[in-house]
Ligand binder design. Structure first.
Ligand SMILES: Nc1ncnc2c1ncn2[C@@H]1O[C@H](COP(=O)(O)OP(=O)(O)OP(=O)(O)O)[C@@H](O)[C@H]1O
Ligand SMILES: Nc1nc2c(ncn2[C@@H]2O[C@H](COP(=O)(O)OP(=O)(O)O)[C@@H](O)[C@H]2O)c(=O)[nH]1
Length: 449
């Protein structure tokens, strides 16, 4: 095949660059904003959008029935993420906004806002510097499907939508104990969340709209609307049980909003399986290669051949799974220096006794070449059993030497691969495989500070 017909050789650093700098997501956000805003001159619009650099700031919607804890959780998330809380109340209370002034008059008369006015208030607020720079959390908005669609049409797209859920009876009971601090706007509860400072306790007020009848009415309104709102957010929704302590609800919400969704970016797995001999690296590599078409790169290949192998077209296009190499920090540095950064690293953990059991009971039939395991896959007849041989490297003494070497190197390797995923490999191979493939197809979790 001459050069004119050979497939285009994609240099391995190209997909790695795209992944490192999230180029696909950057372009996807830019295109989304262009299509939504349809600026007369796209160039300055794109420059300004890219300079905002706010694709990764919090953009969160918290929905839920009355008394489910939306405001409580939204406030705690705002504090933790240094973001901005948007509620109907604080939107209409904004000073220096003529729109908010109109909304206040309307709200005082009608006790509610038209969807058009509410969405315009949100749009005006989100254009302000603090929301651009530090993101936003919408508390209890949108209230209807109409509002959800109007918000989306304006290009206001949340990245995470949390829906709190709890039985109506619990919520009616809960609202009776709700208290609010008129000075700070903080929310408390006579049973579940009582402030420690006596001066705060003494100034708490019973908010409006928390009687049994009013809560029941609010629940009816919520159940009627929520089923029509949720289809607007199919991929980014998380329902959290709100009938548990606030702090548990908060940590589930925080963990969720700090995870990235699977993007549509083309992803070429470059997988590294580390673990002591007998931990199942070869088996898992074979399963991954078989299911995902990865190139199985056994550890017997030394560095220069490995380098040539990883730069070949199939590895670049289909991805690879490398196991048993690097075995120590020097080899890890060498692999990196050649530009082959794995994007998923797994450490297969198996207790020492299990490794001994897996390896020292392995046997091979010298007549048929069939591999047996005296415990997991014993031979069918005594005749075969009698002629089985053990590989010299599987003797307990040999295994102990190699395990000792592995444990001496594994600490440095675990420090080197900071975002590695540790898998309990002392279980059924297919359960192990499911953990590994979940680690490959889902984005790596952000470290919760
Ligand atoms: N997980 C929880 N367990 C017990 N009490 C909670 C929990 N979350 C919130 N609360 C309490 O329930 C009451 C209602 O909380 P909050 O005002 O945050 O709910 P909400 O969904 O914003 O309500 P509404 O929509 O009616 O404003 C408050 O007294 C709050 O302290
Ligand atoms: N019970 C169990 N045995 C396994 C598992 N993975 C591999 N084995 C067995 O353990 C032995 C070593 O597996 P191998 O994949 O070669 O380990 P490696 O040295 O890490 O490559 C083989 O006999 C496998 O059949 C597993 O997840 N569970």
């Amino acid at each position: 095949m001459d050069a004119t017909t050979a497939p285009h050789h994609i240099p391995p650093e190209m997909p790695q660059y795209g992944e490192t700098y999230h180029v696909f997501e950057l372009m996807q956000n830019l295109l989304e904003q262009l299509l939504i805003h349809q600026p007369k001159d796209p160039i300055p619009f794109m420059i300004s959008h890219l300079q905002q650099d706010n694709d990764n700031v919090p953009k969160i919607v918290i929905l839920g029935p009355p008394a489910s804890g939306k405001t409580t959780i939204a406030m705690w998330l705002c504090k933790h993420l240094s973001s901005n809380l948007l509620t109907v109340e604080n939107l209409i209370a904004r000073e220096f906004s003529s729109l908010a002034a109109v909304a206040r008059k309307h709200y005082q008369k009608m006790r509610k806002l038209s969807s058009t006015l509410l969405v315009k208030l949100i749009q005006e607020r989100l254009k302000e510097e603090d929301c651009v720079r530090r993101g936003w959390i919408l508390d209890g908005i949108p209230e209807t499907r109409e509002q959800a669609l109007m918000i989306q049409t304006l290009g206001i797209t949340p990245r995470h939508v949390i829906v709190l859920s709890a039985p109506d009876t619990v919520l009616i009971e809960r609202n009776l104990g709700k208290r609010i601090d008129p000075q700070t706007g903080e929310i408390y509860h006579t049973t579940f969340d009582w402030p420690s400072e006596s001066d705060v306790q003494n100034r708490l007020l019973v908010p409006g709209g928390v009687s049994e009848l009013e809560t029941a009415r609010g629940l009816l309104e919520y159940h009627r609307n929520i089923v029509r709102i949720l289809p607007a957010y199919p991929q980014i929704l998380k329902v959290i049980n709100a009938d548990q302590p606030c702090v548990d609800v908060f940590y589930q919400a925080l963990t969720y909003v700090q995870t990235n969704h699977r993007s549509n970016a083309p992803f070429t797995p470059r997988v590294l399986l580390c673990g002591p001999l007998g931990s199942g690296k070869s088996l898992q590599a074979a399963l991954l290669a078989q299911k995902y078409g990865l190139v199985n790169v056994p550890d017997s290949i030394i560095m220069k051949v490995l380098s040539r192998r990883l730069s070949q077209q199939d590895c670049v296009q289909k991805g690879w799974v490398l196991h048993g190499f690097p075995k120590d920090l020097d080899q890890a540095h060498l692999l990196n220096s050649l530009g082959y950064q794995p994007n998923r690293v797994f450490f297969l953990n198996v207790p020492f006794d299990s490794v001994i059991e897996r390896l020292t009971l392995r046997r091979v039939d010298p007549v048929t070449g069939e591999r047996y395991h005296l415990m997991y896959k014993p031979p069918a007849t005594m005749e075969i059993q009698a002629r089985l041989l053990q590989n010299p490297k599987d003797t307990e003494e040999q295994v102990r030497v190699k395990m000792d070497l592995f444990y001496r190197n594994s600490v440095e390797l675990e420090e080197f691969y900071k975002r590695a995923i540790t898998v309990n490999a002392d279980q059924d191979p297919y359960t192990v495989f499911e953990y590994i493939e979940s680690g490959i197809i889902n984005p790596l979790p952000k470290k919760v500070p």
